[in-house]
Design a binder for this molecule. Structure first.
Ligand SMILES: [Zn+2]
Ligand SMILES: [Zn+2]
Length: 149
């Protein structure tokens, strides 16, 4: 099901429980509720943290998240001075999730760490201004030059 709410396309699936982990397995997690939104972030800081062209992030409710193992936290600053907590595995360096100041009730999971991310369909692309020139934008997404929050 897809419904449109407040400029964000919300998706809800029938079997919402999802699991994921970092590369070394020291950090694992389970998501007990539906993914609220899937987005691609082309910001420079995601490019640096991931070491690649962009992040794919799955937005979930913080209350739906259970984690095993400890993440380390890098306290980042977004383009408008907003705080971003970037959680990563201290053992292997995998980025796990981010928490952004304007949406403290949400967690933004790095979708590449999910065990199965094949159902995710990005609905939004942010920071398109800094997208790598060789990366094609996804047809049908809502595109924002900077952030949408
Ligand atoms: Zn790890
Ligand atoms: Zn980003």
């Amino acid at each position: 099901m897809i419904r449109f709410s407040g400029g964000i396309i919300m998706t809800a699936d029938d079997n919402p429980s999802k699991t994921g982990r970092c590369l070394c397995g020291a950090v694992g997690y389970e998501i007990l509720g539906p993914v609220q939104m899937t987005a691609i972030c082309h910001c420079r800081n995601c490019q640096r943290q991931s070491g690649t062209a962009y992040s794919v992030i799955a937005g979930i409710l913080r209350s739906d998240y259970r984690q095993t193992g400890e993440t380390r936290i890098f306290h980042d600053t977004g383009d408008s001075g907003r705080r971003v907590e970037r959680h990563f595995c201290g053992g292997c360096g995998s980025p796990i999730l981010s928490i952004i100041e304007p949406l403290p009730e949400m967690l933004f999971i790095k979708a590449g760490t999910l065990d199965d991310s094949t159902e995710l369909q990005p609905a939004v692309e942010v920071y398109c201004d800094s997208a790598m020139p060789y990366v094609p934008l996804v047809p049908g997404t809502q595109k924002f030059p900077k952030s949408n929050v």
